[in-house]
Structure formats: structure tokens, C-alpha cells
Design a protein around this ligand. Sequence first.
Ligand code: HEM
Length: 332
Amino acid sequence: MAPADPRQVEEIARLLANRVRQDAARSGIARRDAHPKPHGLVSARFEVSADLPPALRHGLFATPRTFPAWIRFSNGSPRVQSDRRPDQRGMAIKVMGVPGEKLQSDPGEELAHDLVLASAPCFFIRTADDYVSFVRAQVKRPAFRVLAFFVGPNPLRWRLHELRALIRSLKRTADLLDTRYWSQVPYRLGPNIVKYSARPASTAACWPSSRDPQFLRTRLIERLKQGPVAFDFLVQVQTDTRTMPSDDATVEWDEARAPFHKVATIHVPRQDIDTAERWATVDRLAFSPWHCLAEHEPLGPMNQIRRQVYLLVASTRAEINGQRESQTTAVG
Ligand code: HEM
């Protein structure tokens, strides 16, 4: 698959940052272009396992130790909408206090290593060309234009594989802490190419059905008031370059042929996340797959696009909202 052309990346970043500006002019606040609706900012500990095989002991996982971390849970839709609608949910983890130079970092966050995950195993766009067409359709808004990206006037150019991947990724969610998350796109891990996943490791909650459009936030707050939960953090090592491509994020790597290995535990202690300080901080934070150690270099055309896009969208938000300084360390 062709790598992203820098001019395409620039166009995507410009179109999305413009959309953030236009939305901010209407609403008075600049939100993320994707995953704008947060459910909460959660404090956690990222404990690297002691018994890892040497092949996985690289970068963040090189030595067994425990890092403090923040997790932002979100809805994926660019529109802030009810939690009852099918969607992808985001789990963005900021592991803190990680020594070593990062491929990209925000001022004051040089020690942060971000792991950006969502609740589907694969992405729905393969190439940089397609991403440009998708964003052009998306910024023009009416839903039929986005639909035309998948099934346009010429049936020979329908993108049914992508449409299926998108539909499969949009799910109803009962509880963010009982949901599994994936990186969807690959990363280097020393000599390996891997994908990440976070899998719930606590007993699932049993909730009655709810009509509350914010029920995911309510349940997150309630559950963490009651007690701790945990996730296993896993890596899946690529074992075949043909059936597990690193340049096509629409292909799910078969777990039977490339099993996930646990490399860390994410401990989420009992806490009150419903505080003015947490809500003030959750949207000031900026995550990026490029906030990482070089041993974890993000791979593939989608990650190439993300390098510039996340930076520009986050700095546009910060500029409009007047929150240039890093707030990570300010959270209690
Ligand atoms: C070319 C592909 C992609 C583009 C252009 C893109 C774009 C964006 C943008 C602009 C943001 C907002 C950043 C900010 O303002 O701080 C964002 C956030 C996010 N994206 Fe992507 N994205 C892409 C692929 C992916 C993939 C493959 C995943 C899968 C895990 C993903 C998961 C997320 C999550 C979870 C967030 C929210 C992070 C947070 O909580 O702050 N994105 N994305």
C-alpha cells in the first residue's frame, strides 16, 4: 500500500482543523474533531508484567515497573450524541513518567507515552487517497455525502469492504469498563510489529436498561465509586506479513494465528471521577499515537496521517480555548 503523500496529510489536517474552527465559531468551544464526547478522566496504574519473554521486553515493557496513568473514555462520533446510539468508544491512555525521548511530545509532557485504543479490532479506511476522499465528503456534511464515499454513483468504485468494517465497528455499549479496546493499527515493538489491546479483567457489571443519554458517564462514575477494576494490556505479534498486513488497517489479524500476549495490567483504583477538576482537565489533554518511545514507532499510512493531524487539531483546540499549557501534572 502506498505511503501517505505529505500533501495529502496536509490537506486532511487543514480540512479537519478548519472544521474544528467552524464548529467552535458556532458553539463557543473547540472540541476534538473525533471522539469529542468524554465520559470521564480516570486515574490508573500501568504495571508492566515481570514474566515477559525477552522478545517482548522493549520500550515501555523493557523492565517490570509501575507507571501512573490517565485514561480518557469517549464516544467516537464527531457529533456529540446520546450514548444509546451505536458508536465506537475510545480508551486513550496516557502512561506517565516514562523515561526516554519520544517521537513527539507536548511541552511539559516529555515523559508521557500515549496508547490510543478504540472498541473495534480494525479501522474502516485503508489508503491515504481514500482518507482524503472521506474527509472531503465528511466536511461537506450532509450524511448522504459520507454515504457516497462508500456507495457512490459508480458501482465499480463502491467501497463495500470499508462500509462493512465501519458498520461492524459501531456497537451499543453497556459499560465502558466491560468493553474491550484495540489499537486497530500496528506499531513497532523492538524487532516485532504488533497491535495493542486492553481487555477487561474484572467481573462484568449487570445494569438495567437506561434511557439516560449520558448513561455511560453515570455508570463509569458509579462503578468507580464502588470499587477498583482492571484491564489486561495485550500485544499481538505479526506472524505473517501477507494475511496480517501492517499497511492495511481494515484487516483484522487472526487471533488464532497470532494470539495476544499479556504485557501489563492496568489497575483502576476506586475513585471519584465526578469532580470539577477532572471535568476541567479531561478536554485540555491531548493524546497522540506519536507521543511514544521510538521503539514503539507507529506504522502504516493511517498512523502517518495521524502524526500531523492530531498535532494540528490539538493545537487548534488549545489556541481557541486558550489552554496552551500542559495540564497533565495539574490533575490531583
Ligand atoms: C487517519 C486516521 C485517523 C485520523 C485522521 C484521526 C483523527 C483524530 C483526531 C483529529 C482526533 C482528535 C485529536 C485531538 O484533538 O486531541 C482523534 C482522536 C482519537 N482517535 Fe483518531 N484518527 C484516526 C485513526 C484512529 C484510529 C485507527 C483509532 C483507533 C484506536 C483512533 C482512535 C482515536 C481516539 C480513541 C481518539 C480520542 C483520544 C482522546 O481521548 O483524546 N483514531 N482522532
